[in-house]
Design a protein around this ligand. Structure first.
Ligand SMILES: [Zn+2]
Length: 394
C-alpha cells in the first residue's frame, strides 16, 4: 500500500505540473496571437506599395523578438515536464520489485508445451467471459486444438443465463431451476425461491394490470415454499396493497425492489448451478492470478530473509514452496497428505503409502524405514513387507 501511495504522490505532482504548464502556455499563446493579430491588421490597412516607416518597422521587430522569447520559455517549461514524468518511473522502480525471477521459474514460458497450456487457459477465460470471438481468434492464431471442453460449454450456457438475470430476463434461469428442482431441494437451496420472488415482483411492477397474473403466479409457484419462507411470502403478499401506487420505492416494501436483489439472484444462480453440474465457477486464469497475487508478498519476504541468512539453497526444489501459504477456504480444492514422519506434503514422486496395518506414511519415509525387505510401522509397530504397502490417491 505504501508503495502505491508513493507512486500516486509522484503522479499527482505530474498532473498538477501538466495542468500548470498547460494553463500558462495557453494564456501566453493567446497573448502572442492577439499581439500578432493587431500587427497584421495594422499592416493590412497600409497601402501595399508604400514602405513601412522606420519607427513601425522597429516596433514590429521588437514584437517578433518578444514573441520568440515567450515561445522559447514555453519550450523550456515543456522540457521540464520530462523530469517530473521520469520521477514516476523511478518511484515505481524504487518501490516495486521488477525481478520475480528469484521466486518463479521465468523460463517456464520458453517451453512450447507450457505456452500451449497458457494459451489454453487464456482462451478458456475468454470463453467464460462470453468473449467467444476473442477466444476463437487466440485458438486460431496460436494453432491450438479446437476447444471441445464439455465443461466450458456448460459454463457458457450457465453464464448466459446468469447474465440474462441481470438484464431482467428470468426465463432461461427459471427453466433451468425447474429442470434441476430436485437437486436444488436436496441441497436445501434458496435459489428457486429467490428467482420466483423476482418474477413475482416483476409482475407487480406492471401495476394494476399485473395483479391477476401476479396472484396466479403465487398460487402456481409459492405453495412449496410456504413452510420455509412464510415471513417472506407474507411480505410479498403485502406488496399487493400498494399496487395502485406509481412505484414501490416509497412503500414499506421498497427493499424488495432494489437492484441488489437481481445481482444476488444472478450470483446465487451461477454459484449453485456450477456446483450442481460440477463445473468450476472461476476460470483457471483467475484462480492462478489471485493465488499468485496473494502469495507473492510472502514469497518475496521469505526470499529476502533466506538471502540475508545465506540459506537460499533450501529453496532448491522449484516445484515446491518452502512455506505453506494459506489462500483461504475459497481456494482449497482437495485435502493434502503430509507425511507424519518427514513432515512434508506428498508429491507425485513421493505419494502416500498405506502399510498393511492401515497406517499411512510417505513413500520416502517408507523406504528410509525399510530394513532388507521388511518394514516396521513406526506407529503400531507391526511388521510388513514393502510390496504389501499400497499407494493412496488424494
Ligand atoms: Zn501401523
Amino acid at each position: 500500500m505504501e508503495a502505491i501511495e508513493a507512486v500516486e504522490k509522484e503522479i499527482e505532482k505530474v498532473i498538477s505540473k501538466f495542468s500548470g504548464v498547460k494553463k500558462q502556455s495557453e494564456s501566453t499563446l493567446d497573448e502572442i496571437i492577439s499581439v500578432l493579430e493587431i500587427c497584421s491588421s495594422s499592416l493590412y490597412k497600409m497601402d501595399s506599395t508604400s514602405t513601412i516607416p522606420e519607427q513601425q518597422a522597429n516596433e514590429l521587430k521588437n514584437v517578433i523578438a518578444r514573441c520568440k522569447a515567450k515561445l522559447q520559455s514555453i519550450g523550456t517549461e515543456h522540457r521540464s515536464l520530462h523530469a517530473t514524468v521520469s520521477k514516476v518511473g523511478k518511484a515505481i522502480d524504487r518501490h516495486f520489485t521488477p525481478d520475480y525471477q528469484s521466486i518463479a521459474p521465468m523460463d517456464v514460458f520458453e517451453n512450447d508445451k507450457y505456452i500451449e497450456i497458457l494459451n489454453q487457459i487464456i482462451s478458456e477465460h475468454f470463453y467464460r467471459q462470453g468473449m467467444n470471438g476473442v477466444a476463437e481468434s487466440l485458438i486460431n492464431e496460436s494453432a491450438l486444438p479446437p476447444e471441445e471442453d464439455i465443461h466450458l460449454e456448460l459454463f457458457a450456457d450457465l453464464f448466459q443465463m446468469s447474465e440474462a438475470i441481470l438484464n431482467k430476463n428470468l426465463g432461461p434461469a427459471l427453466e433451468w431451476v425447474t429442470q434441476y428442482s430436485s437437486e436444488l431441494d436436496s441441497r436445501n437451496s434458496t435459489l428457486e425461491f429467490k428467482l420466483r420472488r423476482l418474477a413475482y415482483l416483476q409482475l407487480l411492477e406492471q401495476g394494476v394490470n399485473g395483479q391477476a397474473e401476479a396472484i396466479a403466479y403465487t398460487r402456481a409457484h409459492f405453495n412449496k415454499f410456504i413452510i420455509k419462507f412464510e415471513k417472506e411470502i407474507q411480505m410479498l403478499m403485502g406488496c399487493l396493497i400498494y399496487l395502485g401506487q406509481h412505484d414501490f420505492h416509497n412503500t414499506p416494501y421498497s427493499m424488495l425492489f432494489k437492484e441488489e436483489l437481481w445481482v444476488d439472484g444472478a450470483d446465487s444462480f451461477i454459484q449453485e448451478s456450477c456446483e450442481i453440474v460440477g463445473v468450476n465457477r472461476d476460470s483457471s486464469l483467475e484462480i492462478i492470478i489471485n493465488s499468485g497475487c496473494y502469495s507473492l508478498p510472502a514469497l518475496m519476504n521469505l526470499k529476502q530473509i533466506m538471502l540475508k541468512n545465506r540459506v537460499s539453497s533450501v529453496w532448491s526444489e522449484r516445484n515446491e514452496l518452502p512455506i505453506e501459504i494459506d489462500l483461504g477456504p475459497e481456494y482449497r480444492f482437495h485435502s493434502v497428505f503430509t507425511c507424519p514422519i518427514l513432515k512434508l506434503p506428498s508429491t507425485e514422486q513421493n505419494p502416500p503409502m498405506k502399510l498393511k496395518c492401515g497406517h499411512v506414511i510417505s513413500k520416502d519415509a517408507m523406504q528410509k524405514l525399510t530394513r532388507g525387505l521388511m518394514l516396521k510401522c513406526p506407529y503400531c509397530p507391526k511388521e510388513s513387507t514393502v510390496s504389501e504397502a499400497k499407494k493412496i490417491f488424494f
